[in-house]
Design a protein around this ligand. Structure first.
Ligand SMILES: Nc1ncnc2c1ncn2[C@@H]1O[C@H](COP(=O)(O)OP(=O)(O)OP(=O)(O)O)[C@@H](O)[C@H]1O
Ligand SMILES: [Mg+2]
Length: 433
């Protein structure tokens, strides 16, 4: 057994790792040269302390010594244990990192000692940490770059779509303006001549009445009565006035549509002008009439004396067009849309509130709906650019577009526009946010 002990101590002498042999009471029985370096004590000082029964933690203390003694545990369980990356302060004050390993050795005479070794891995750990920092930095830089590329790509896609949209809108504007112009002339023929036609007919009927009331030779009277019966003169007199009224009403309605088309077609320009926003909303409601007809009841509440607003009428109409269309599309089956126009801030701004009886906006989508390309509509039904463009137009006018849900379901969109227009001129391209 003494032989085994000697063999162990001899082995430890040659080890580059620091090592001690301790007993059950943690007293140091043996230590090697490398251990001496850890304690910071000179050879003789250390030898005297060991001779005086010093315990291991009094000579060199690991971070874990206060909470848990590795040597004691190994002594009790009788098997080898190892702990990685344990901090300890060397005798000269330097903080180091060790792999500590402890193994029990039964000497055969009933005594069990524990051989504890300390491998200094400070340099490795430092390199690993530096490497980790460098790798983290690289990873973050890569993620930042990817994020920037994503942002740029989406901004580019949005700008491209915006350009296409602008181009479509101005082509549509030109087309609509052209059609409105072409329709204007024929409808003016009808509208302008319908009253003359009425007057001529009245004159002719007076003549007919005169002839009918006159003394006529009996043969002529008989011919006249046959003709009156044939053409159903009484019905004709009654019906032609109705016909004339419906021709006039149709011509008026067509002229109104042409006027709406003309006013809506002014989407391409960039000019600011004093604009009647209420008329703009009415025009828009007329244009989306087919979407609302027999299905959605539109209720308007307009404050008295809504001032004209300095804005780009065409662009602002686009905002109402999209918000009203969205509301009409959100309503499944029948429902209603309320449009309220008020002045706020002592008349400095107008506030247009559009509420609907649809299902409202899902809370998780609330922040996303004005993102470019965000849509919940079927492919081909919506581009998802509507609210994004609206927000940009309103912002370019120094106003705001906000939305939320009403307490009893249904969405609410609020457009605020300063009456005197934007502080600076709006961007020519309303899509640039
Ligand atoms: N009144 C509303 N009620 C419920 N959801 C709405 C309402 N208005 C807008 N949304 C939601 O916001 C999304 C984005 O609207 P946006 O006008 O930007 O695009 P879109 O209507 O889907 O497409 P586009 O306007 O190009 O036709 C809609 O798809 C819809 O999910
Ligand atoms: Mg839309």
């Amino acid at each position: 057994m003494a032989k085994l002990y000697d063999q162990i101590t001899q082995l430890l002498e040659g080890s580059v790792d620091a090592a001690v042999v301790i007993d059950a009471d943690r007293r140091v029985l043996h230590y090697n040269l490398a251990y001496e370096g850890l304690t910071g004590l000179r050879g003789r000082q250390l030898a005297e302390k060991v001779k005086g029964g010093a315990r291991c933690f009094e000579l060199f203390k690991l971070e874990i010594c206060d909470q848990q003694c590795l040597g004691c545990k190994v002594h009790d369980v009788g098997r080898r244990l190892r702990v990685d990356e344990i901090g300890a302060r060397r005798g000269d004050g330097e903080d180091l990192t060790f792999i500590v390993s402890a193994a029990p050795v039964d000497l055969g005479d009933g005594r069990r000692v524990v051989v504890e070794t300390y491998r200094d891995v400070t340099a490795d750990v430092r390199i690993q940490r530096r490497l980790k920092v460098a790798l983290d930095y690289e990873r973050r830089a890569k993620e930042d770059l990817e994020e920037k590329v994503r942002e740029r790509t989406s901004a580019l896609r949005a700008a491209q779509a915006q350009l296409v949209h602008q181009e479509k809108m101005s082509s549509l504007g030109r087309l609509v303006a052209g059609i409105a112009h072409e329709l204007n002339n024929p409808i003016n023929f009808v509208y302008g001549n319908v009253d003359f036609l009425g007057q001529y007919m009245e004159d002719l009927l007076r003549l007919v009445a005169l002839v009918d009331g006159a003394e006529l030779p009996s043969a002529l009277r008989a011919q006249l009565d046959v003709l009156k019966a044939e053409i159903e003169l009484d019905f004709l007199i009654d019906d032609w006035r109705k016909l004339l009224r419906s021709i006039r009403a149709g011509a008026e309605r067509t002229a109104d549509i042409v006027a709406d088309l003309k006013s809506f077609a002014r989407t391409g320009g960039t000019e600011l002008a004093e604009t009647d926003v209420v008329a703009g909303i009415d025009t828009t409601l007329n244009l989306i009439g087919p979407l609302l007809k027999n299905r959605v009841d539109v209720r308007r509440r307009i404050a008295p004396k809504v001032p004209r607003v300095v804005c780009n009428g065409g662009h602002v109409n686009q905002v109402f067009m999209n918000v009203l269309t969205n509301a009409a599309q959100a309503i499944v089956g029948t429902g209603w849309i309320d449009v309220t126009i008020d002045t706020v801030d002592d008349g400095a701004s107008i506030k247009v509130v559009i509420t609907d009886s649809g299902p409202g906006i899902k809370p998780e989508l609330m922040a996303k709906i004005s993102d470019p390309f965000f849509t919940t509509k079927e492919v081909g039904e919506g581009t998802g650019l509507g609210l994004w463009i609206c927000a940009n137009i309103v912002r370019a006018h120094g106003g705001s577009l906000t939305w939320g849900n009403r307490a009893d379901a249904g969405a609410e969109f609020v457009v605020m526009l300063p009456v005197r227009g934007p502080a600076t001129r709006p961007e020519p391209d309303p899509g640039r946010g």
